[in-house]
Structure formats: C-alpha cells, structure tokens
Write a protein that binds this ligand. Structure first.
Ligand SMILES: [Zn+2]
Length: 239
C-alpha cells in the first residue's frame, strides 16, 4: 500500500472512531488540547509536540478552522505511525519531505471531513465537474479546500483542481491527483487572456483546452465562476 492509501486509511479509521467530528471529538482521539492564537505569519495552525497542543489561527472561518484542526490531527496520527513515518523518510528528504507531509495531512484531513463515498456519489451524477466544489462544501459544511482536495484525489483521470480570483487574479488553492505531474504554486498569477481570467471577467463557463496558469502544456479545462471566484478542473487530455 502506498503512502497516500495508508494516510487515507488512518483518516477513515479515525473518522469512524470519533464520529461525529465536533472539534472536541476531533481532538479527543489524540489526547491533545486546543488553543486559539495569533500567528506572526499567515499560518493556519501548528502542533506543539512538547505540550501536545494544537494551535489554530484566530479569526478565520469555522470551516477553515475545522480543516486546520483535522490537518494538525493528521500530523499527529502520522507522527505516531512508525511504519508510515519511516517510509516517508526513506522516500523523501528536505523540502520535498516537507511538501509531501503537508500534502498527506491535507489529504487525510479532507477524507476525515468529506468521505470518499460522498464525492464519488457526486461525480457519478455530474462527472468531475468544478460545480461540485461549492456544492460539496455547502452540503457537507466543509471548506472549499476540502472539496478541491477530494475532487482531485478521486477523479477518474489525472487532474488538478483549483479556485482562483482576486485582482490581479491569482490561484487561491489547488490540489492534484498523484498521477498529475504538473503543479501550480499557491498565489500563482493567472495571466490576462487565460481562459480562467475570461471566465472571471465574463461570468461565462468555459470548456476547452488550456494550459495551467503560466505554463504551456495544454489540458482539458472546465471552469465556471460563482461569487467572484473561478472554480476549475484541469484534466490530462486523452489521445
Ligand atoms: Zn501541516
């Protein structure tokens, strides 16, 4: 079993043991305490291993705080899983290790809060549509980040899912399936004239071919806008 599958298994087992996942029950399963704080940077949360305390940034939306909490719980679960931890250290080092660990914690947190079956039921009806992002988020009371991660992970083909907006337009959050090789960094600019920029400008949905923002390789893109944000799914084109 690979690292992602094992992480998902950890998350699923934890969800089943701790359901319903109120903040108290989320944190209760690992025996940690919870504190809200103001971070000097724009950090969302942290796990203080010395005091076994999960720190959550003040002033963010409850959905975002809940996702951060689940993410920090995943840090703890992975940290306590000797096999998973040593495999992770065998496979990666340095910054790549950090990045993989963060991605695994996001993946586990998403699975905790938004079960795979719910995402697959949505995709069975509508395909891997970007419209599922706000719909799943609303229906399951999770942040859009959670829906984005799940939609990328469980999509039928290698894909990258993102939400973008703002002025100048930039990527707020993205997640990709492990088979998708290209990635987009957070805060990546969306160039003027890119289909995502046109969707934001015109509020018309888009279905066609486009590269990731600032890149060259074309993907099959489906995007639409809602409430000043653009939701998009980039899929590898099947030849
Ligand atoms: Zn983290």
């Amino acid at each position: 079993m690979n690292l992602r599958e094992r992480t998902l298994e950890l998350a699923r087992a934890y969800r089943k043991a701790q359901a319903p996942l109120t903040p108290e029950r989320l944190i209760g399963g690992i025996g940690a305490s919870l504190a809200y704080t103001r971070f000097p940077n724009d950090q969302d949360g942290a796990f203080d291993f010395n005091t076994q305390t999960i720190l959550i940034a003040e002033g963010q939306s409850p959905k975002r705080q809940r996702f951060t909490l689940a993410h920090e719980v995943m840090h703890c679960l992975i940290y306590r899983d000797d096999d998973l931890l040593s495999e992770l250290h065998e496979a990666y080092a340095g910054q790549e290790l950090e990045a993989q660990l963060e991605a695994l914690c996001n993946l586990g947190a998403a699975e905790m809060l938004l079960p795979r079956e719910a995402v697959e039921a949505g995709m069975a009806k509508r395909g891997q549509s970007p419209r599922l992002i706000p719909e799943l988020a609303e229906e399951h009371q999770v942040s859009e980040e959670v829906a984005i991660i799940a939609l990328a992970e469980y999509g039928p083909s290698p894909s990258l899912v993102l939400v973008a907006g703002g002025k100048p337009m930039r990527v707020f959050f993205s997640a990709r399936n492990e088979k998708m090789l290209d990635r987009v960094r957070r805060e990546a600019q969306v160039p003027k004239g890119h289909p995502l920029a046109l969707v934001l400008e015109t509020a018309l949905p888009y279905k066609g071919s486009a590269p990731l923002p600032g890149q060259r390789i074309p993907y099959a893109l489906e995007a639409f806008s809602k409430g000043g944000r653009v939701y998009a799914v980039f899929r590898e084109q099947m030849n």
